[in-house]
Design a protein around this ligand. Structure first.
Ligand SMILES: C=C(O[C@@H]1C=C(C(=O)O)C=C[C@H]1O)C(=O)O
Length: 269
């Protein structure tokens, strides 16, 4: 029987799941990947429709009981390029922000950054990711994924959330991790995801070429994003960053309880 897992429909995840469709071993793994925006993946994971998902890291703190699959993430060491907030006004004068309905993590991260770095508490509303439409109903807008990377920010004050987090904390930022019900995540699945990542990282040039065509953007931009911006690891500093994210989310009132300790699953069960 095949295992169904979910991932995001963005350029950044391509190196992590391409193995399942583009290699014989991957196709024979019995693992099928379905795609949905992060907020939708969180719903699918919670309902049990999928066994694991490469989903917003914030979901780990929001919904108790998940395990973190080791070794893989979507992170940045500094600038993230795709997760950006755009304001028509200087940040200190910004009073309303439209948030991309696809996102959970970056929504929380932006609220932390505006409170703790810019000391502003604007009103927030949720909106489909469409920059001009968002800026018609709010002073500022948050976008993630390919739309965030490709948005035209001419004349707008732009905040790169990865860069801002690095400035605030000195840490990398973990946007997405593989989460799953510990009872349904098998060592085989963990191993397959690590294999997929290792293989995917050998395909970056090809992925950049293909996706530049799909996204109608320069290949050099896709390649820079995949090779210089994206950090796919989940090491000690990433886990420390996740803990810090949970603590700050709690501090600014985004969590009802203290963040759960990180439960990283082992591939050796
Ligand atoms: C860096 C990114 O990470 C994403 C951001 C997420 C979020 O904000 O909830 C979730 C998954 C990742 O795809 C991005 O897609 O731009």
């Amino acid at each position: 029987m095949s295992v169904v897992i979910g991932s995001v429909p963005y350029l950044n995840e391509k190196p992590l799941t391409r193995w399942f469709t583009h290699t014989e071993e991957g196709r024979a793994s019995g693992i099928e990947v379905v795609y949905a925006v992060p907020s939708q993946l969180a719903v699918m994971l919670k309902s049990g429709e999928i066994a694991a998902a490469l989903v917003s890291s914030f979901e780990y703190f929001r919904t108790p009981g998940y395990g973190i699959l080791p070794g893989v993430s979507i992170s940045s060491q500094d600038e993230i390029l795709a997760v950006r907030a755009f304001s028509r006004l200087p940040w200190k004068l910004t009073t309303s922000v439209a948030l991309d309905t696809s996102s959970l993590t970056s929504v929380a991260l932006l609220k932390i950054l505006l409170a703790e770095q810019h000391h502003i508490y604007p009103s927030y509303l949720h909106h489909a990711p469409d920059l001009p439409a968002m800026l018609e109903v709010a002073d500022a807008a948050l976008l993630i994924g390919d739309k965030g990377m490709l948005a035209n920010n001419e004349g707008l004050f732009t905040l790169d959330l990865g860069e801002a987090w690095r400035k605030l904390t000195g840490l990398p930022f973990v946007f997405a991790i593989w989460l799953g019900d510990p009872d349904r995540v098998t060592p085989d699945l963990i191993r397959a995801l690590k294999t997929a990542k290792a293989w995917g990282l050998t395909q970056l040039d090809l992925i950049a070429e293909e996706q530049a065509e799909v996204l109608n953007c320069p290949k050099s931009l896709c390649l820079r994003y995949l090779t210089e911006i994206m950090d796919y690891d989940l090491g000690e500093d990433h886990l420390a960053a996740l803990e810090e994210f949970g603590l700050r989310a709690r501090r600014v009132g985004l969590l009802d309880q203290a963040p759960a300790p990180l439960h990283v699953l082992s591939s050796r069960r």
